[in-house]
Design a protein around this ligand. Structure first.
Ligand code: PCA
Length: 215
């Protein structure tokens, strides 16, 4: 049986909740189209997050790895296209580290593309009534760090394993502190991740759509 590893983050930046973990937690042990789902929470800390991620990959030996994080300013589910080899933090991580312009991996390539069928995922989410889009940047904080580190590790050690990153927006209770910020319920986020996993399992290759469909 195939196994999908889904990771999410602990709260960060003074928040008491991280929507990525709230959405991922219910998926532990569930089956998606005959595949088994294992979930893992990562610390929001540079380098330590990757140590936890690599340990989970070695423990679970997954066929697919999808990492999830919070992007509070975004309006919908965003499927990341690319992870870049840079750490450039504007706030401290949960260990107080605030790297500026350091590489994720010394002497690593500039970037890695997601190996998930990103446009198929966006297309399937939209068909299911869930707002979604491709994102061209995962930022330069711990989420990009984990996306780049994940894709580097898979490239080096498990080239047949597919991986990528999806950002989720705020939960309604987080957005309620502001006057005009988008949010999404945890149930919709979890459903979106179930759809994304099913899409990955049934699409070895991505669909070729461009323009208004997914951008
Ligand atoms: N979001 C942050 C790090 C952890 C998280 O959930 C980010 O987008 O980098």
């Amino acid at each position: 049986m195939k196994t999908i590893l889904v990771t999410a983050f602990e709260p960060f930046g003074g928040e008491s909740i991280n929507p990525s973990w709230e959405a991922v937690r219910p998926l532990q042990g569930c089956q998606i189209d005959g595949a088994h789902v294992e979930v893992c929470q990562l610390p929001c800390v540079f380098d330590t997050s990757l140590e936890h991620l690599y340990a989970a990959i070695e423990r679970v030996k997954p066929e697919v790895v999808i990492s999830i994080g919070e992007a509070g300013s975004r309006t919908n589910i965003t499927v990341e296209r690319i992870g870049i080899n840079i750490n450039d933090a504007s706030i401290p991580d949960n260990a107080g580290k605030k790297p500026i312009d350091t590489p994720v991996i010394i002497n690593g390539p500039a970037a890695y593309f997601s190996t998930l069928p990103i446009k198929s995922i966006v297309s399937d989410l939209r068909k299911s009534g869930i707002p979604a889009n491709i994102s061209q940047t995962a930022g330069t904080f711990v989420c990009n760090h984990v996306m780049y580190g994940l894709l580097h590790y898979l490239n080096q050690h498990y080239p047949a394993v597919r991986g990528g990153f999806i950002h989720v927006p705020y939960l309604p209770e987080q957005a309620a502190r502001y006057s005009d910020i988008a949010s999404m319920s945890v149930e919709v986020m979890t459903a979106a991740l179930e759809i994304a996993m099913a899409t990955v399992l049934k699409n070895a290759k991505d669909i070729a759509v461009t323009g208004g469909t997914t951008n």
